[in-house]
Design a protein around this ligand. Sequence first.
Ligand code: ZN
Length: 294
Amino acid sequence: MSTEVHHFKVGAFECIAVSDGSLTYAPPTFPPPATLLFGNAPRERLEQTLRQHNIQPEHWAEWISPYICLLVNTGEHRVLVDTGADGLDPNTGRLLQNLEAEGIVPEDIDMVILTHCHPDHIGGNTLEEGKLAFPNARYAMWKDEWDFWTSEQAEEKLDEHVREVLLRVARKNLPPIQDRLDLIEREREIVPGVQAITAPGHTPGHMALAISSEGEQLLCISDAVLHPIHLEQPEWFAVVDLDPEQVVATRRRILNRAAAKKALVLAFHFPFPGLGYVIEKGEGWQWQPIVTMV
Ligand SMILES: [Zn+2]
């Protein structure tokens, strides 16, 4: 199996999970993974949980996170969900070449949906010189997200360690899409079969998507959870989650929905292709990745 693209179907929709690459989160740029991902977890409980996931707590020095974008061909539209992190790191920015290897050129995309405005989700909106990477596309995002990143709120609320890079990427990649942007204010379809779902907390206007065709559904949950352990411990939030209380409420609602509907789920930062099912387990949930052939 390629580790760069994964084809699958949702009803009649042809979908491709496309890797944009990965980033290694480690000190000194980032806090150690356990702090980054589970900042408020009680230490003993955390160490026990990590061991259950075959992670040795004392040796967990780095977290290599995949960046996974999604292409959906609905027949009527070619929809790209998130644009990756072009230019953030030598190991990111592979979205365009991976699409091209599938015979898809940027001009083919007519709708780009941005789940939120962190650098790994909007970094491929523009090319190096500032031109739009997807010249024929309209763009869509939740209105609260646009308002946050284009106002002084972002500067005030962002952690000082990440503020500079987050604002730099937002200021490069958001203004060029302004005149071709649909701002979402309520849960509704963006194109037929692709519905916006409010999922705030990670950022103020973070959005999930329900992609439905012929009775099948894919829930694209983006960064509502960052690591499979967040399903078991939804109250353990990450340093990069802006509003922890809201994150926990959003996780419970989205994970409940995924489990109840037995929907296929795509999580942006999970091991590639980021696809699986959410199974109820005890007080929480458990991640069951799809079986992929190697
Ligand atoms: Zn992310």
